[in-house]
Write a protein that binds this ligand. Structure first.
Ligand SMILES: Cc1cc2nc3c(=O)[nH]c(=O)nc-3n(C[C@H](O)[C@H](O)[C@H](O)COP(=O)(O)OP(=O)(O)OC[C@H]3O[C@@H](n4cnc5c(N)ncnc54)[C@H](O)[C@@H]3O)c2cc1C
Length: 488
């Protein structure tokens, strides 16, 4: 039985702990916060409950698998409720588009918006399904630690034009600007600019079409809490408020994990769910790091920052869907401001979460609970969020008030926010980015931090910063990759 430390209890760390424990090894999680979940924290203010991070559950089978590894059935503990629509798009021209499981309903809307795009949609879906077969079914759970693996798959990636951006992939098939926006925003959900993210990420469309989009009743916090109980039932030790300060090494091995409280422990394997750049800059600060990770540390392009505004409402806005994408006046230029110029523009787009649409337990009776997530520059932009956040919050509420939520500026209660500075502080994310490094082609697969460290052979990585990448399905798959490496 090997002794394994998992550093960090985000979804990547949780999935790794479960997978490695199911193999029979002795697994201990060390999480610096007082709760598990990482970005999937839960906040509660004045009776309004908020999942602070992920809310969209795709690829639910990945969670079923985690329970089944111990012979348990997820449905005995959790309910994944299918949503319809999956997303409601509210465009700047005040038109709306419901993207969801009812294909006929969606096609009828596409026909109304732009008749010629109906056949384009089918072509796009077909190509997206082919990309899914390669990008998700073959590559996502496969270790990419060797350049030879990358070279083996390179012809297939080139053949499906993985060097194109998601936006150019979508534009090849769809003509109407609103539909181009609606079907190209997916990279933003994993930290990428649709205009620079590899079209491999167009697989997200096929993934949604294959399995659907769900809400975990009770919220993502309930999901984390049931995974926590699953781990405890099956002998995984969990330590909270356990902050790892650094690793000690000898030759090609991590020999000790050291904590900020002065403790120090030895393990056979260490699995890091902390951001790989945090590992390079802090946990291995006094040690040598591999050339690969040195290059990433120096040259990586980080994902955007997030401004998340949490609020309750004394009025229920029944016209607001569970997930709304509220588009501002600019698309490409706004994304350029965020990702390239690190400039906080006057305009913005919003992803609005209304859990009370599906689960009334998130707010007192007759009230709603919301978060409005706005992509913003990461901390490379040097914005002073302490000064900006009040006025920025007001602007978001005013924009919603003028469009889909009349009166929200007076109905809003218990308003508070998270800025990129909080992401840096709470999750130790370099530059306070929302999703670790960005999902561009030159930062994907072999180019990302390898799941097994190139130098320290008993150090492994799971989570958004390693292969295959950010998003809940990505980080859970990273644990599968680590399992394959350790036990193959
Ligand atoms: C607002 C928001 C909304 C999102 N929405 C969705 C969505 O709807 N669907 C989706 O699929 N994805 C979504 N994502 C992305 C998804 O949440 C993340 O990619 C994923 O949860 C990241 O998981 P992770 O395993 O990388 O770890 P993280 O969640 O980053 O957790 C890492 C953990 O490691 C701990 N840690 C770090 N350093 C140390 C240390 N030195 N010692 C001990 N512990 C340490 C941290 O405290 C943290 O708990 C969203 C992200 C955000 C921020």
């Amino acid at each position: 039985m090997k002794k394994i430390a998992v550093i960090g209890g985000g979804f990547g760390g949780i999935a790794a702990a479960i997978r490695l424990r199911a193999k029979g090894d002795q697994v201990t999680i060390y999480e610096r916060l007082s709760k598990l979940g990482g970005r999937a924290q839960v906040f509660e203010r004045g009776g309004y409950v908020h999942d602070a991070g992920p809310t969209v559950i795709t690829a639910p089978n990945l969670f079923y698998e985690l329970f089944s590894l111990f012979g348990e059935n997820l449905e005995d503990f959790l309910e994944f409720r299918p949503l319809d629509p999956w997303y409601r798009f509210h465009f700047h021209d005040q038109t709306e588009f419901d993207y969801g499981p009812d294909r006929e309903k969606m096609l009828a809307q596409i026909k109304e918006i732009s008749p010629e795009d109906v056949s384009g949609y089918f072509n796009m879906l077909k190509e997206s399904e082919a990309i899914f077969k390669l990008g998700y079914e073959k590559l996502a759970g496969h270790p990419f630690g060797k350049l030879t693996t990358m070279l083996r798959y390179a012809p297939a990636i080139i053949k499906m034009k993985g060097y194109r951006s998601v936006y150019s992939f979508v534009s090849k098939h769809l003509k109407h600007p609103n539909l181009r926006q609606a079907f190209s925003i997916q990279p933003l959900l994993v930290g990428g600019n649709p205009f620079t993210t590899s079209s491999i990420y167009s697989l997200i469309h096929a993934l949604e079409q294959k399995w659907g989009i769900f809400f975990c009743m009770g919220g993502t916090g309930k999901l984390v809490s049931e995974l926590e109980k699953l781990m405890i039932r099956n002998g995984i030790e969990i330590n909270y408020d356990s902050d790892v300060s650094h690793f000690s090494t000898s030759g090609k091995l991590i020999t000790r994990v050291n904590f900020t409280n002065g403790e120090s422990k030895a393990f056979d394997y260490v699995v890091s769910n902390a951001d790989p750049i945090q590992v390079s800059t802090e946990l291995l600060k006094n040690e040598k790091i591999s050339m690969h990770n040195r290059l990433i540390k120096k040259y990586a392009k980080h994902s955007m920052g997030l401004f998340v505004l949490f609020f309750g409402s004394t009025k229920c806005y029944e016209n607001v869907a569970h997930h709304t994408i509220w588009m501002g006046p600019r698309y490409k230029e706004l994304l350029e401001d965020i990702f390239e110029n690190h400039h906080l523009a006057d305009d913005f787009s919003i992803y609005l979460h209304r859990p009370t649409c599906t689960d009334k337990s998130f707010a007192p009776t007759g009230h709603d609970s919301y978060y409005a997530l706005v992509p913003v520059p990461n901390l490379k932009g040097n914005q002073n969020w302490g000064e900006i956040k009040e006025s920025f919050s007001r602007k978001i509420l005013e924009a919603l008030d003028k469009t889909i939520m009349p009166g929200i500026t007076t109905n809003a209660r218990e308003v508070f926010s998270m800025t990129p500075e909080d992401f840096k502080e709470n999750y130790r994310t370099p530059f306070g980015s929302g999703f670790s490094i960005a999902p561009i082609l030159t930062q994907s697969a072999w180019f990302r931090t390898h799941n097994q460290d190139d130098r320290y052979k008993n150090l492994f990585y799971v989570g958004a910063g390693t292969h295959p990448g950010a998003g809940v399905p990505g980080v859970i798959n990273s644990a599968k990759v680590v399992e394959k490496i350790i036990y193959s």
